[in-house]
Design a protein around this ligand. Structure first.
Ligand code: AOF
Ligand code: ZN
Length: 399
């Protein structure tokens, strides 16, 4: 790995150009995965002459888009600001480091290195080898925040995990008869839509799918922002649905009755399935055979224990192998509890409604009973805000 440039004191203008590149990168928030969000600004004589950002995996990278309409004459001696190290590999597209060399830029400011092992410093080395001045580290923390999911997958082999729960003020997620629609109001539900849209996958359980008939999709009419259609992206990217089915309740014969299985899955690329059903390793091949005719559904086996359920760490590794950067966990309190108790989550998001649901009913996270206060599960509060009539609380694990 090359060294950062600690001695470099960046000017205000350099900060402004990189901040602009970061704003451009954000435009890809709902559409680039499994690729990261990347922005690029080309500057000559202290003026931005062109700019670009990555829109969708398989289409042009930020640098290529920024240079698309620029002649070599114009880019000769220019400075490029890129939020992520230019790539050095032939992936779905050719290396951006070579594209910058071809454009004859003199200087490249890079906010941070690309942890992708196919790049990891090679992009910087190629640029330097061609005599280009390279500075790494400008606005690094902001650039990192653009891609927490991508970095989690690359660095820890697991997605960035957000666990969502909704409860009444007295901490109930459903009445004792199971009724739970609706606890929170329309604003909180629209907020959930925003998180779903930004997630690569939604993890849920057979119970949620079968009992609530949850569709778990992103609904344009409920999004409170304009979806970034941009010519390259022409339809909403629907998150992959990953369903945990330890008791083999989802059979070939039952799926046609469920709304979830009838939604349009065309927006997923050919190498990502629309739906993944994780089943116990026992009897797996039978199920795989049963679903053979459904190209949009993949059956994957995992360790399952009658008492403790699926091995969450293994489920996360499976998600990572499916190139899932951001995982949204939306099921009952039992699954949420497995994530919370094992600290295998990055954020817990709880919507609290101004309602009292009384005695009985489902607890927010059914664990315990505990014997003393030292056994309680503590969390870090990251954020608290009003969403319509409800409150949204965001926690991280306390380790
Ligand atoms: C860049 N600029 O805008 C992006 C980069 O399969 P490909 O060809 O799209 O390559 C994907 C990898 O390239 C991705 O995993 C990440 O390491 C890097 N993304 N690099 O120079 C960009 N999106
Ligand atoms: Zn690239």
């Amino acid at each position: 790995m090359p060294e950062k440039s600690p001695s470099k004191h960046y000017t205000l203008q350099e900060h402004e150009f990189m901040a602009h590149a970061i704003q451009l990168a954000k435009k890809g928030t709902y559409t680039t995965s499994p690729n990261p969000n990347v922005g690029c600004v080309i500057v000559k004589n202290n003026k931005i002459i062109s700019q670009g950002w990555h829109k969708k995996a398989g289409s042009g990278h930020a640098e290529v888009n920024a240079l698309a309409d620029v002649s070599v004459e114009d880019s000769l001696g220019a400075t490029a600001y890129v939020t992520l190290e230019p790539c050095s590999h032939y992936g779905r597209t050719p290396p951006c480091a070579l594209r910058l060399i071809e454009a004859k830029v003199a200087t490249v400011f890079v906010a941070m290195l690309d942890p992708n092992p196919q790049v990891a410093g090679n992009g910087i080395a190629i640029l330097k080898g061609a005599g280009i001045e390279v500075h790494v580290g400008l606005l690094e923390a902001d650039a990192r925040a653009l891609n927490y999911g991508f970095f989690s997958r690359m660095e820890k082999n697991k997605p960035f995990v957000r666990v969502k729960l909704a409860s009444s003020l007295d901490g109930k997620t459903a009445l004792s008869n199971g009724e739970s629609k609706w606890i929170t109001g329309p604003s909180a539900r629209a907020d959930v839509q925003k998180y779903r849209a930004a997630s690569c996958a939604i993890l849920t359980t057979a119970q949620t799918v079968l009992v609530d008939n949850a569709r778990l999709n992103v609904r344009e009419e409920q999004l409170e922002f304009m979806y970034p259609y941009n010519g390259v992206v022409t339809q909403i990217r629907q998150p992959i649905k990953v369903i945990l089915d330890g008791h083999n309740r989802i059979k070939r014969s039952t799926i046609d009755e469920l709304d979830l299985f009838n939604i349009d899955l065309d927006s997923n690329s050919a190498d990502t399935p629309g739906i993944v059903i994780i089943k116990s390793n026992t009897g797996l091949s039978e199920f795989q055979k049963e679903f053979k005719d459904r190209g949009d559904i993949r059956i994957i086996g995992a360790n399952y224990d009658q008492q403790s359920g699926f091995d969450i760490a293994q489920v996360l590794a499976i998600c990572s192998s499916l190139q899932i950067n951001n995982l949204w966990v939306e099921a009952g309190g039992k699954l949420a509890g497995s994530f919370i108790v094992s600290n295998l989550f990055d954020e817990l998001i709880v919507y609290v409604a101004p309602k009292l649901m009384g005695i009985g009913g489902m607890d927010l996270v059914p664990f315990g009973p505990l014997e003393n206060m030292s056994q309680t599960k503590s969390l870090n509060l990251l954020d608290c805000r009003v969403v319509g009539e409800d409150i949204r609380l965001t926690y991280s694990p306390k380790v």
